[in-house]
Design a protein around this ligand. Structure first.
Ligand SMILES: Cc1cc2nc3c(=O)[nH]c(=O)nc-3n(C[C@H](O)[C@H](O)[C@H](O)COP(=O)(O)OP(=O)(O)OC[C@H]3O[C@@H](n4cnc5c(N)ncnc54)[C@H](O)[C@@H]3O)c2cc1C
Length: 253
């Protein structure tokens, strides 16, 4: 594919930023298993945490190809920072941008795009990986909102995230049709980072297990509609595959 002059300029810009700022600490951070917050801050300062979102929502207003170029360039020098950028954008922010109400977008996408905090996506569980429809985390509707109970595993950046898009079942007897997605703010009571993975690779990225213990979230935390969560996370994963392709291309280099 031939890149336009503006895409080539953008690649050059991200490439020099990566060489000067991300690359110098990549090897030592990987060896130490250290999540480099400075990298996140530096990407936020350059707008890289909101590349494809409109300027009105705090983004750079560029296209998805520009975002893929950035993921490739970052992953070329540091795969851990690459997956942090990709998970934040494609998994933590995209579903809110695509399925959120205008109020949710203004509140969360703006903060995520500007890098006020990272976003995460909580789908995988100890007993539900490839078979994501088998999630066991539940949400119970109450007068005060929804009460979430359960656990999530292998969640990227969640220990440093301000929001996690969480898939939970409102009615387990309905299988995949019982699933709803929620935007969960991580500073609420009942949200806990239970443990962190000590991985073989991507060691400077953060991958954690989450526990939800009687976590009450407000009624307006539902993303999209109740019982539409399966469609929302499947579509989110489809978009995520583009950035995973760019991430792998960068790592291969
Ligand atoms: C670094 C990293 C970051 C991650 N970040 C996130 C995140 O941010 N959010 C999130 O929700 N999840 C995340 N995940 C989880 C990831 O999505 C799951 O690992 C993935 O869905 C696979 O699930 P599993 O690990 O339970 O493997 P399993 O589903 O148990 O699969 C194990 C093996 O069995 C094979 N297999 C499974 N089912 C079948 C079948 N029916 N037929 C034949 N073979 C089969 C698989 O291909 C695989 O090789 C992350 C994982 C990693 C490694």
């Amino acid at each position: 594919m031939l890149l336009s002059p503006s895409h080539l300029d953008f690649r050059q810009e991200v490439c020099s930023f990566c060489s000067s700022t991300i690359e110098p600490r990549a090897r030592s951070a990987d060896a130490a298993g250290e999540f480099v917050k400075d990298n996140v801050r530096a990407m936020a300062e350059r707008g890289l945490l909101g590349i494809p979102w409109p300027k009105e929502l705090g983004g750079l207003g560029l296209d998805y190809l520009s975002y893929a170029i950035a993921v490739e360039e970052v992953s070329r020098v540091c795969a851990s920072t690459g997956i942090t950028l990709a998970a934040h954008t494609s998994l933590g922010t995209y579903p809110i941008y695509k399925f959120g109400t205008q109020t949710q977008k203004e509140k969360y996408v703006t903060a995520l795009a500007r890098g006020k905090y990272l976003g995460a996506f909580g789908l995988t569980e100890p007993n539900a990986g490839s078979d994501a429809a088998g999630i066991e985390t539940t949400a119970k509707k109450t007068d005060a909102g929804y009460v979430i109970n359960g656990s999530k595993r292998f969640i990227t950046s969640a220990a440093f995230a301000g929001t996690v898009v969480v898939a939970a079942s409102l009615d387990r007897s309905l299988g995949r049709k019982g699933i709803t997605c929620f935007i969960v703010e991580t500073d609420r009571a009942g949200f806990k980072v239970a443990s962190e993975e000590n991985k073989l690779g991507l060691r400077a990225s953060n991958t954690v297990e989450l526990a939800f213990e009687e976590m009450l979230v407000p009624g307006d935390s539902v993303l999209g509609r109740e019982f539409d969560g399966y469609r929302i996370f499947m579509e989110t994963l489809d978009g995520g595959r583009i950035s995973i392709g760019a991430f792998c291309l960068g790592m291969a280099q």
